[in-house]
Design a protein around this ligand. Sequence first.
Ligand SMILES: [Zn+2]
Length: 479
Amino acid sequence: MENQNISIEDMANFCKRKGFVYPSAEIYGGFSGFWDYGPLGVELKNNLKKFWWKFHVHNREDIVGVDGSIITNPKVWKASGHVDNFSDILVFCPKCKKTDKIDKHEIKKVKCDCEGEFDWEKSKEIKQMLETNVGLKGSAYLRPETAQSIFINFKSVYDNSRGKLPFGIAQIGKAFRNEIAPRDFLFRCREFEQMEIEYFVDPKEKFPYELGDNKISIFSEDMQKNNKETTEISFKEAFNKKILKTKWHAYWLEKEYLWFISLGANPENLRIRQHVSKEKSHYALDTWDIEYKFPFGWKEVHGMANRSNYDLNQHQKNSQKKLKVINLNNEKILPTVYEPSQGVERALLVFLFDAYTYDEKRKNIVLKLHPQLAPIKTAILPLVKNNSKIIKISKDIFNELKKDFNIVYDESGSIGRRYSRNDEIGTPFCVTIDEDSIKNKDVTIRNRDTTKQKRIKISELKNILTSLIKKEINFDKIK
Ligand SMILES: [Zn+2]
């Protein structure tokens, strides 16, 4: 895949121009950290969520879904530790004049990167949870993560699903954080969407899967501290060499890596990096991120924490309700939790950056999205406007295909213009109808990525498109 090196600002402009994403309330000057999705953006985002759900929930027997409320009893956030711990401390270094963000437990313990002492008098706490009012009772919080609605419902969901460990609960939903400095387009927002799994295991039980041989570039805490280079290593080997401490951690990192690849991410732009001790969240035992090589550097696109049984334990203590479940040895335990946590917006950026290509020959952008992600699957393009027979066939095809796919009908402008319009928004296949279509009952189908064309029977069009979108057949193999 070509590396196009467009900046994040260029991407934001492209997304706005084409109707993927707009700054929220742009007519009022926008609102920092908030974004609105346009006609193509909402389709892309829905497709992304659908295929995340399919991969993690429908294709597995051990994971079920929930959809929790955004605002819940504030006691949840007290128990989870967010009320007391989820804040940033803004610090100022008089030596290099830099403002920095540190963790609460680092107050008076850390120095600036320049070795200067922070001016602790000037440090300021910024709460990361957004507050709101509910009824007459006063304040509540907009959830800063979807995870807690999984933990508080864990026992009910587990019992309803006749669960046995290992067992996972998945959720897709909005979360809110009062980011001090939202930036980099969709990368750091105040309102965002998470696709999360809390995966509950009994650490004493035998690991039921095999780790695979997929290789990824890896950056451990040790490598970071000792200024070593990243290395390419398989997930299995990383476990065997004790870089990844548990098989479950290795397993889920590999799964999530494969999820990115399955929807078209370029493996060369992905790596895994371990959190160094000062980055770790208050609940995490060990955390690894999947990072993507953005134009502004390697950044987290997926977080994978080992949360131990911290959350269930906290909720059991604070709610006084029994949350233990029975393991294979008939013991009551609080399971250990692995948390594959995926931001929708960050995944969108990964797929957009890897898809964005400027084609020198065509002199237009070609958005090479995986067909499953593409907002519009097909454009129906009659070649001759004033031939009623051609228009009739085209409309019939459109009306038939739209039952199964999100497609467009377009008869305005030259065929070249119509192709490039569709290339730019990622439409993987265009279908043209011409005079030969009348007597031969066939159409031309064009591949976005190669511009190659094939003649196929109208009666076979739907089946062929279905297979092409699922990547079950190769375009070049179509007869
Ligand atoms: Zn400094």
